[in-house]
Design a protein around this ligand. Structure first.
Ligand SMILES: Nc1ncnc2c1ncn2[C@@H]1O[C@H](COP(=O)(O)OP(=O)(O)OP(=O)(O)O)[C@@H](O)[C@H]1O
Ligand SMILES: [Mg+2]
Length: 298
């Protein structure tokens, strides 16, 4: 796999993420500063006619779009349209679901991730996942973050690796004096940032997030949103969210999916529209997108 060499780890000691002001979009939707630009960038992951079935039953059909480097890409759409399914395809988490079959091509740095040469465990180090519900291990804060570097035999000073990941996840200042405490002693929002730190500790390139804020209060949500915008300087992020304001605030590109019937009446999630978030929210090309982003559907 390519990709690891592109990252230059910096010393622990980075500044905590500053609060980012909100800027106003045309449609009156607030967006976090720094999230608006959707420049022409190299794709880091390319999806080409991706379809997924569970036990033969189609869940997602013919989805094609690119995930851009150092951008936040949002997947939106009504429940059951296949957002989580698609997200899991990107680091081969669907391999772990019996009966799940993925068709089409997914390329990471141009390489087919379903090629037999690709080790899914290696792939998941480079393309990490943060889940909806914070899921720390029943271990200390330190051991949660150190877990990945330990099992993968990462080189370097472990204390520095842990500190760097916690700083990047904007959690260091809150936990530096209690690293030996159990992770369950943290608040929900802190636990989610710990899970992000655990993901960052193995130096991924891409972070997949499936509704990472849905279990959090508004203040913790705002912190994670700010953190995402900070993180995209180093990482590429794909986020699934049901929160339209969140998609508008943080993402650069948006993919909108809904469940559609094919010519045989077989229903599955399809990509309706993909483009810069600002355009999807202010000037969508498809009436179904407009109905969804304005809250008239879903
Ligand atoms: N493990 C599974 N086994 C069988 N079918 C599944 C499995 N996971 C998802 N599905 C089906 O695939 C389709 C897409 O589900 P998925 O969870 O990806 O949707 P989603 O867009 O993430 O929905 P939500 O917004 O509710 O999280 C649904 O019809 C769902 O029932
Ligand atoms: Mg889901």
């Amino acid at each position: 796999m390519q990709g690891t060499s592109a990252k230059t780890p910096t010393a622990a000691g980075e500044a905590a993420a500053p609060e980012r002001p909100l800027v106003k979009l045309d449609a009156g939707v607030m967006q976090r500063e720094g999230a608006a630009a959707a420049p022409q960038v190299e794709p880091i992951i390319e999806l080409e006619r991706v379809s997924v079935r569970y036990d033969g039953k189609p869940a997602v059909r013919n989805v094609t779009f690119d995930v851009g480097s150092n951008l936040i890409t949002a997947l939106i759409g009504p429940s059951g349209c296949g957002k989580s399914t698609l997200l899991r395809c990107l680091n081969r988490m669907n391999d772990l679901i019996p009966g799940a079959v993925v068709e089409g091509k997914i390329r990471y740095h141009g390489q087919d991730i379903y090629d037999p040469e690709v080790d899914p465990v290696e792939l998941r180090k480079l393309i990490g996942m943060v889940f909806q519900k914070p899921n720390p291990f029943p271990k200390s804060i330190y051991d949660n973050v150190a877990y990945g570097p330990r099992v993968t035999g990462m080189k370097g000073n472990l204390d520095e690796i842990v500190e760097r990941a916690l700083r990047r996840a904007a959690l260091w200042d809150e936990v530096k004096d209690r690293l030996k405490d159990n992770a369950y002693s943290l608040s929900g929002g802190q636990q989610q940032r710990l899970c992000i730190a655990r993901c960052l500790a193995v130096e991924p390139e891409v972070i997949l997030m499936d509704e990472p804020c849905s279990a959090l209060d508004p203040i913790s949500t705002a912190r994670i949103e700010d953190l995402m915008v900070e993180l995209k300087e180093r990482y590429s992020i794909v986020i699934v969210t049901h929160n339209m304001q969140q998609a508008a605030r943080v993402s650069d590109m948006t993919a909108f999916l809904t469940v559609e019937s094919d010519e045989h009446g077989v229903r599955a999630g399809e990509l309706i529209e993909f483009g810069p978030t600002e355009r999807i929210f202010t000037n969508p090309a498809d009436p179904r997108t407009e109905a969804y982003v304005t809250g008239k559907m879903g």
